[in-house]
Design a protein around this ligand. Structure first.
Ligand SMILES: Cc1cc2nc3c(=O)[nH]c(=O)nc-3n(C[C@H](O)[C@H](O)[C@H](O)COP(=O)(O)OP(=O)(O)OC[C@H]3O[C@@H](n4cnc5c(N)ncnc54)[C@H](O)[C@@H]3O)c2cc1C
Length: 373
């Protein structure tokens, strides 16, 4: 499959918050948008599943009132009336800052962004992995995609926006004219992996805190998040507890089966809360995230490593980890906004130059006709 009309076209790799935000903005601005996502559904780190009558994120997420760009996006998508603000207790202390959560979960933001892309003629290709980005002699980009049955197809576009990890970007862009130093810098952006497990418990957990850090050699997770103690039981049919641990992909736990991981997590949780029994767990799910959190950021801006190609990756946004560690979606959305502005400004410039060229050509023709008499 090959696209012939590649005017103002953009290929966006990744249907997480960054990719969908870029897709929505550029589709609205008149670009021909194609989003390619290797997973079967949208959301990336905000992916969700159905629990009872509700959608629930596979990893715990909440909003902050300081998330200005994110809240502006939520308003723009018309889902701000679905956000409610809650008091929360962190590490046993009441927080002075409220946390926000959607009625219906973050799925309402993800699906409204996806809908906006398709409503503007864009398309989202799921279960499609980008294997290579190359540049054609015309200056356009060619993105080679692979389907689960190993079939390959290409997408030709004027612009490319890559939203996966910096490492994946380097692996798929080896043929592009990117400075060796920039490649090395991107390759050196390190990520911690995370294992997130949630349990739906039959009874409301007696713990009233929202988040609690759990440090200890024998505890395989470092955070407990009592989702329902803060946001309510909604339609889950039980109370939801997340257990989140950081690890390296070289740690033995990374290759363990989901049920072995869950058993380890549950055993450690039971040591902390002795009254809990296995029969209290209605359902559970383990999610492994390879590139969960970037730990080291380049000191230079590498979001535009070659002409018309942009890397909108969390690994390139510097997070204020000391004060507001949870404001990463905010930085994700503002980076996506900045990249879309760069693309639309570039396109306007190209359009103006082409209009000027057309005017000069017709003026030259008129002058030639006049001089010929
Ligand atoms: C456990 C956890 C809790 C968090 N909680 C919060 C919170 O409470 N508040 C907050 O502000 N932030 C939070 N964050 C951070 C937040 O999730 C991220 O900032 C945001 O979701 C990043 O979105 P993204 O689109 O940039 O990246 P991603 O969501 O990672 O999306 C990238 C997408 O690209 C796809 N992709 C990658 N490579 C390819 C390829 N070769 N071909 C096709 N597709 C590809 C991936 O499948 C993925 O869907 C949390 C993160 C984690 C891990």
């Amino acid at each position: 499959m090959e696209e012939t009309d590649n005017r103002k076209s953009v290929c966006i790799i990744g249907a997480g918050l960054s990719g969908l935000t870029c897709g929505m903005r550029l589709a609205r601005a008149g670009f021909h948008v194609t989003v390619v996502e290797e997973l079967a559904s949208p959301g990336g780190l905000l992916a969700y599943t159905r629990i009872g009558r509700e959608y629930l994120e596979l990893t715990p997420h909440h909003l902050r009132k300081s998330d200005k760009s994110l809240l502006a996006l939520i308003k723009e998508m018309g889902v701000e009336d679905k956000v409610a603000w809650f008091d929360s207790t962190w590490q046993g202390r009441a927080s002075h800052r409220k946390v926000g959560y959607f009625d219906g979960g973050f799925s309402c933001l993800i699906s409204s962004l996806s809908q906006e892309i398709t409503d503007h003629g864009g398309r989202i290709c799921f279960s499609t992995t980008v294997a290579e980005i190359s540049r054609l002699s015309s200056g356009s980009y060619r993105t080679t995609c692979v389907l689960p049955n190993s079939t390959r197809f290409v997408i030709d576009s004027t612009y490319v926006v890559f939203t996966g990890s910096c490492r994946t970007f380097i692996n798929v862009s080896h043929g592009l004219p990117i400075e060796m130093d920039d490649r090395d810098t991107m390759m050196n952006v390190t990520y911690s992996a995370k294992i997130s497990a949630f349990m739906v418990l039959k009874h409301e957990n007696s713990q009233m805190f929202y988040q609690q850090m759990t440090k200890g050699a024998d505890v395989p997770f470092d955070r407990i998040i009592n989702h329902t103690s803060c946001f309510g039981q909604r339609g889950y049919g039980g109370s939801v507890v997340y257990l989140v641990g950081s690890c390296r992909v070289t740690d033995p736990i990374w290759i363990e089966s989901d049920s072995d991981i869950m058993l380890k997590f549950f055993t450690a949780y039971k040591k902390l809360y002795r009254s809990i029994r296995k029969s209290d767990v209605k359902s559970w799910r383990v999610t492994k995230i390879r590139y969960a959190q970037s730990e080291q950021y380049p000191g230079i801006d590498l979001t535009n490593p070659c002409e018309n190609l942009y890397v909108c990756s969390t690994g390139l946004a510097r997070f204020n980890t000391a004060d507001i560690p949870e404001n990463r979606m905010e930085l994700t959305v503002s980076l996506a906004g900045r990249i879309c502005q760069m693309i639309t400004a570039k396109e306007e410039l190209v359009q103006n130059e082409s209009d000027t060229l057309t005017e000069v050509t017709s003026l030259t023709r008129e002058l030639t006709d006049v001089s010929r008499g």
